[in-house]
Design a protein around this ligand. Structure first.
Ligand SMILES: NC(=O)c1ccc[n+]([C@@H]2O[C@H](COP(=O)([O-])OP(=O)(O)OC[C@H]3O[C@@H](n4cnc5c(N)ncnc54)[C@H](O)[C@@H]3O)[C@@H](O)[C@H]2O)c1
Length: 261
């Protein structure tokens, strides 16, 4: 219960890592949880599940496309109307489309920049307006190891995530005088995620010219600790960064990638 009484907002929380983060925030004692996504039915199911498992944590599921300035502003407004404040933003919503440079369309490029970078900017900006008036708050971006090192046939995703690190470092300085901390978490490969299960195994088999069933072993072989990243690995760091134990930490980007550089 390291986040007892806090109010948090997790974007892209209808599935995958965002769903796991939402559950963990409830388990750590948050009293209010805004969950947002563009998949309303899945989001509703996740919200109901958390509400049942953690009756003391009030869950507010909202449709919000992080690319929409109006929807992001409304999500923050509804959060404050419902819970009276906002302590923690987890900017988790993200998309990926792997492609070699000359095969990447402007549309694919723009989609990844819009969701992964502009979406983070909009959510951080609107959350920070509330946090500034409170004189406290924590913003955590779910970035990627591809935000710290170039990624083969994955330029748009890497560019969008590198941009997120620049934004994190910069707004950490803007917001420090107001008691708001901003950090990024850069996970390794989350093989259990729908992102891998529904799309990346297939995309990466094509990219490397190997069979789909060989992809996981290929990626694990690049990790000194010899396994993929789990939701729990990410949540453990996230809870620490969101808590007062991390009160002297801002503007950082931490890999959770088993030693993979
Ligand atoms: N899966 C991995 O291996 C991995 C590794 C490193 C970093 N990450 C990052 O973790 C985060 C979560 O990824 P995941 O694996 O859970 O992916 P996922 O595809 O399972 O979940 C992403 C969620 O974001 C939502 N989303 C997509 N576009 C949106 C938009 N415009 N507005 C609001 N929500 C939107 C989706 O509906 C989905 O629920 C992403 O930022 C991703 O880049 C993932």
């Amino acid at each position: 219960m390291r986040l007892a009484g806090r109010v948090a907002w997790v974007t892209g929380s209808a599935q995958g890592l965002g769903e796991a983060i939402a559950k963990r925030l409830a388990a750590e004692g948050c009293r209010g949880l805004t969950l947002s996504d563009i998949q309303p039915e899945k989001l509703e199911r996740v919200a109901q599940g958390i509400q049942q498992a953690y009756p003391e944590c009030k869950v507010l599921p909202l449709f919000c496309d992080v690319r929409s300035e109006a929807q992001v502003a409304e999500t923050v407004q509804r959060t404050v109307e419902t819970f009276g404040r906002l302590d923690i933003l987890v900017a988790n919503a993200g998309v990926i489309h792997a492609a070699e440079l000359t095969e990447m369309t402007l549309e694919q490029w723009q989609w990844q920049i819009d969701v992964n970078l502009t979406g983070y900017f909009l959510c951080a900006r609107e959350a920070a307006k509330v946090m500034k008036t409170q004189g406290s708050g924590v913003i955590i971006q779910i970035n990627s190891k591809s935000g710290l090192k170039g990624s083969y046939k994955n330029g748009a995703y890497a560019a969008s995530k590198f941009g997120g690190i620049g934004l994190t470092q910069s707004i950490a300085m803007d917001l420090a005088p107001y008691g708001i901390r901003v950090n990024a978490i850069c996970p390794g490969n989350l093989f259990e995620s729908p992102m891998w299960q529904e799309s990346l195994f297939e995309q990466y088999a094509r990219k490397w010219g190997i069979p789909q069933e060989a992809v996981q072993r290929y990626y694990e072989a690049q990790v000194p600790l010899g396994r993929g990243c789990t939701y729990e690995d990410v949540c453990n760091l996230l809870v620490f960064l969101a808590s007062d134990e991390a009160s002297y930490i801002t503007g950082e980007a931490y890999r959770v990638a088993g030693g993979q550089l």
